[in-house]
Design a protein around this ligand. Sequence first.
Ligand code: SGN
Ligand code: CA
Length: 566
Amino acid sequence: MNKRRLFLALTGASAVAATGACDVDKETGEKEDPLNIVYIMCDDHSYQTISAYDGRLINTPNIDRLAKEGARFTNSFVANSLSGPSRACMLTGKHSHKNGFTNNEHGIFDGSQQTLPKLLRAAGYQTAMVGKWHLVSDPTGFDYWDILTGQGDYYNPVFIREGERIVREGYSTDITTDVATSWLDSRDKERPFCLFLHYKAPHRSWMPDTLDLRLFEDKVYPMPSTFYDDYAGREAAANQEMSVIKDMNVIYDLKMADREGEIHTPDQPWLENYGRDLYRRDLSPGELVPGRMNAAQQAAWDSYYDPIIKEYKERVASGELTGKALNEWKFQRYMHDYCRVIHSVDRNVGRVYDYLERNGLLDNTLIIYTSDQGFFMGEHGYFDKRFMYEESFRTPLVVRMPGGKKVKAAKSRTKVVGPVDYGHRSNDIDEFVQNIDYAPTILDAAGVAIPDDIQGESFLPLLKGEKPSKVAIKEGKGWRRSLYYHYYEYPAEHSVRRHYGVRTGRYSLIHFYNDIDEWELFDLEEDPLEMNNLYGKPGTERITGTLMKELERLQTLYDDPISELN
Ligand code: SGN
Ligand code: CA
């Protein structure tokens, strides 16, 4: 049985076509249905806000259904926790230093290089890229591309459709789904497809759909136990600009600007005279202005926020909203908006599922749901990502198998330790996977050869239930036991120092470098919240030595010329 047929036998999919066309099975003489791929990626979607991972904050039934009908990855990570770099890793299957896109600020993706869509297309696949692209150069390797500009806007966003600029009226997440399903309608139905569906949501500044503004009104979100982290013993952790208390902008992020432009920010004096409004969009009724609200959207928005702004101003004026009360008010506002944005994402995942179901595509389509990285929901007092700390290093990953067949995962060799206890399910894949693995996995599932220079590994064998110790990877036999990470964007917004590191099933060793030289070592089994930096502490010499060796091994394996950067 060849590899493709083995996949089919295990997944219940009727067949896969390596050539892309509807082939005739040489053994049975039956017509084969090709395998399609729908790759859904959000921007900044934390695992903490997917109920398949963590039920405390929000319920996401549509994303959860994907996990139930396939697999949930419980040790899923990125290689560089930032949008552009993460997207480049996904497209190329290579770490940042190899694909050349190390940071958002100066990166321009070299679209002439080998990428996943190009390889799929050469094998007969139709490829489309819809939504947030964020790689500066125009997309290459797609039969169709229709992308948001830059970060994209939540309301009435501008898209670039194969070079043509268009403003679409409505809410970004809905529109992105609409564009994707229109493309699916118009595709050549005789050939398989791979759709890259990239939502802007829930990126900053977490603007909900007007439909969802009043959701979860009475919910009081639990404060993370590390919200008031004092960063003792962790210099890089202390010196950043991503604190909910200190750096979250009360106007832009938390939407507390009134129409007159009065600013009431007792603890953010630098916002005084900041300008009429950062987030509030003046309207030009009748005219569609990119990123701004139309009259109906604005009215719905104002009717929700105006009373909140009024109450906020009163509480600030009376002196009631200061210190701890203000800090926690900020956290609650952040969580409310973020979760509302997620609710719309989940609804749209449901719309995509319904589309595939209505069109008879669920049996021969692999659906992947992930995010470009994790996100801090107030842990360590942070929002944003970037750090190799668990909340941002981890990224959600669930895969729905063709036909909805629940994966029977083989016994894992890797422990699941981290800030949230996910519990255990029979379809959990606990082995370490990283976003450089997506390209080879998709190629493998499509029956396309994986080029040797791709650094990631196909995790298709894990989805098939193969024993991790038996899976052959480039390093030899047996799935990987450690992960490599490298973050570059500094000096830059949020001020997170450059760093690289290694994570094993139990430990995380991180080196912050450039204008700092700080090592951090965490025992994730004992300290999953990463509060206690053990580096240099007596008794840790042996484990530090082992981890240093492993780090060097990975830097050699991935050919990361780190010595030249120091
Ligand atoms: C913007 C945001 C940042 C965010 C980066 C990168 N600021 O610059 O908060 O870290 O994007 O995010 S904003 O004022 O423009 O909202 S990424 O996900 O695209 O990498
Ligand atoms: Ca992102």
